[in-house]
Design a protein around this ligand. Structure first.
Ligand code: GTR
Length: 332
């Protein structure tokens, strides 16, 4: 056994025997399941998992519970995925963004202008395709993750410290932070900006020091991450509508009873619905917050040139998934 295997084994063992247990019966063991999120307490994805933890505790008389680590306490999103893969974490709430390289089909959700609007995106994740994608992730032999449910993450828009973006020309020369997945850097470059791949955990510093001129995200991330303090022009490019996924460590999952797995699966589906309500409330609050802070929200009259510019990105990343793309587009 190498050092890594020892650590992994240790992590799973530590997780599996946290707390007390009665009469040695495995079914009675208290398990504290660790969950991570890059966002702070109160953010819709975090709150949904906190609420799920309460339900889990009630349903199992305290035998199972969730300990949430918000605000990147356990590292950025990449680290969360890795920790879940090795079993050091049970739950990780992550964006589909960094999952493309792990499960190729998921990258279709990361194509710019893939969804017509958020209603379209919701229909897709709530329907057959959404279930299939979660299964693809769970069945993927190398991912080491179980896809539990989807969560909303609204629409991503470009923000920067230099100028409002009203047409595609305004993006020229701007250094824009993108999530760590080549499809995003290629998309920004195709739009005329300079895409810079970087973890969410490094972004606030990069904005503050001018390493990047801006980034792109939904209203709640822009507001809760304090990005608006350094990049006051928020332009409605609406180029991405990437859902989030709540994943579970396959290593930890395999150590649970069938009943516990079923309970977590059921509560996750409820969390998906609950998070959606929380999402729309958070979006409204964030818009108010950034307006009060003097942010300029810039409307873009004609998005057609933006859509045309990313055609090569679709050819490069969507080519091998043409059938899936057609099915998504056919969802009305
Ligand atoms: C947020 C998302 C995070 C993370 C972040 C990013 O919208 O909720 O999971 O992906 O974007 O830009 O890295």
């Amino acid at each position: 056994m190498n050092r890594r295997e020892l650590l992994v084994g240790g992590a799973v063992a530590a997780l599996a025997v946290t707390g007390s247990y009665r009469s040695g019966a495995l079914a009675q063991q208290k398990l504290v399941l660790k969950a991570s999120d890059v966002h702070p307490l109160g953010y819709p994805t975090v709150e949904a998992v906190v609420r799920m933890g309460k339900k889990l505790e009630t349903a199992t008389n305290g035998r199972l519970s969730i300990q949430v680590y918000p605000s990147m306490q356990l590292g950025g999103e990449k680290e969360s995925i890795e920790q879940a893969q090795v079993g050091a974490l049970a739950f990780a709430r992550i964006s589909v963004g960094p999952m493309g390289p792990v499960v190729p089909e998921l990258n279709v959700f990361n194509l710019p202008f893939m969804f017509r609007d958020t209603a379209h995106m919701e229909k897709v994740i709530d329907g057959e395709i959404g279930s299939e994608m979660l299964k693809k992730l769970s069945d993927n032999p190398t991912a080491g993750l179980i896809g539990l449910c989807w969560m909303n993450a609204g629409t991503r828009n470009v923000y920067n410290s230099k100028r409002p973006i009203k047409s595609i020309d305004d993006l020229k020369g701007l250094k824009i932070r993108m999530m760590g997945n080549p499809v995003f850097v290629d998309s920004m470059n195709a739009l005329g900006g300079n895409g810079v791949a970087m973890g969410y955990d490094q972004l606030i510093n990069a904005l503050q020091t001018g390493v990047v001129d801006g980034a792109e995200n939904n209203y709640p991330s822009y507001a809760s991450g304090q990005h608006y303090r350094y990049a006051k022009y928020y332009s409605l490019t609406e180029h991405l509508m990437i859902p989030e996924i709540l994943v579970f460590s396959k290593r930890v999952w395999d150590s649970l009873s069938k009943e516990d797995q079923a309970l977590i699966a059921k509560l996750s589906k409820e969390a998906q619905q609950e998070q959606r309500k929380l999402w729309y409330e958070a979006e409204e609050k964030s818009i108010q917050q950034i307006r009060d802070a003097g942010v300029e929200i810039v409307k873009i009259a004609d998005k057609q040139p933006f859509q045309a510019a990313v055609k090569p990105v679709w050819d490069k990343y969507g080519g091998q998934h043409a059938a899936l793309i057609q099915r998504i587009q056919a969802v009305k």
